[in-house]
Design a binder for this molecule. Structure first.
Ligand SMILES: C[S@@+](CC[C@H](N)C(=O)[O-])C[C@H]1O[C@@H](n2cnc3c(N)ncnc32)[C@H](O)[C@@H]1O
Length: 307
């Protein structure tokens, strides 16, 4: 550990105070020593800064600092903001795939054949949500953005037999891919699918007082440009102590980068980035929630309603 001027001055003065020598010594010699120590500390700070600057100039160090685009939104079963594909495989093979429900695996493999498979929720995120749901004893849940139903089935498997999920999507066709697996898993009775824009369904639900402060868990994985508009409505529907989970909040790892730095990424990624940045700012400032941005999958922000 580096010694700072403050550390040294503490020691010097305290040391002198315990000698028989008087104040003059403390105020004279010790002060000179302190000054010397400060100079030494300043010098070493300057030197370490110079060393850091030198390190930054090395091309291989710069490479590490650059935004890593490999493996992010990379393709089916590859959605992760982790920069190491091998580490991602390790996580999946060690703690996800061996415990993945048979029908979840089947649904994931069926979805892999679908042309829009990039939208599939990653399996490690599915597992994470399942553990959360069980921890919370969640029963009344909601999902915005179903696609073929991977996160929907994960949720249905994690809640009790009399649990419910209001599942919303503008399109029912994709869910047909996963529906046979959902039925086979014996959890179809927990799902109340509502086709159409989620905003309309939320407004309808809000008309009925009994839906207010009612939901234990809400997973949002749909039109990113509307997350900030969903938030005030979801805050009325989720119960105090319940959780809203917003998916894709690290958005391909782009939220921390300027537009120039992400110019090489696909148009849809660049288009939606400002919406996720805005959402992250809104959530960070919202005192009614207790938020945690978890770097799993493409980033999931957990928002526990506190008031
Ligand atoms: C990323 S996918 C959902 C993935 C899904 N959660 C899973 O586990 O695989 C996004 C879905 O949101 C749906 N969507 C887009 N806009 C929507 C809207 N306004 N209302 C409801 N669903 C919408 C799309 O049709 C698509 O199926």
């Amino acid at each position: 550990m580096a010694t700072t001027a403050e550390d040294v001055s503490e020691k010097q003065i305290n040391g002198k105070e315990h000698t028989s020598e008087g104040e003059a010594h403390v105020n004279g010699t010790a002060k000179a020593e302190v000054k010397q120590a400060e100079e030494v500390a300043t010098k070493s700070e300057v030197e370490s800064k110079k060393e850091e600057e030198k390190k930054e100039e090395k091309p291989e160090e710069k490479k590490e600092e650059k935004r890593n685009t490999k493996g992010r939104h990379g393709g089916v079963n590859e959605k992760t903001i982790l920069s190491s594909v091998r580490l991602m495989e390790y996580i999946l093979n060690t703690s996800v795939y061996p415990r993945e429900h048979e029908q979840l695996k089947e649904l994931r493999e069926e979805t892999a054949k679908h042309p829009w498979n990039l939208m599939l929720s990653p399996a490690d995120e599915g597992r994470f949500l399942q553990v959360l749901l069980k921890l919370m004893n969640a029963k009344n849940t909601m999902e915005i953005g179903v696609y073929t139903g991977y996160s929907l089935l994960a949720t249905a498997l994690a809640i009790p037999d009399d649990g419910k999920i209001i599942a919303m999507d503008i399109n029912r066709d994709c869910l047909n891919v996963g529906w046979p697996s959902i039925e086979k898993a014996g959890v179809a009775h927990k799902i109340d699918f509502r086709e159409g824009p989620a905003m309309d369904t939320l407004d309808l639900l809000l008309k009925d007082e009994k839906n207010h402060n009612h939901y234990d868990f809400i997973f949002v994985d749909a039109d990113k440009n509307n997350y900030v508009n969903y938030h005030p409505k979801l805050m009325q529907l989720v119960r105090v102590g319940g959780l809203i989970a917003y998916d894709n909040t690290l958005w391909n790892g782009t939220v921390a980068y300027s537009d120039e730095e992400i110019a090489d990424l696909p148009k849809y990624v660049r288009h939606f980035k400002p919406f996720l940045v805005e959402l992250n700012n809104v959530l960070a400032a919202d005192k009614r929630i207790d938020p945690a941005l978890v770097s799993i999958g493409d980033g999931v922000t957990l928002c526990r309603r506190v008031e």
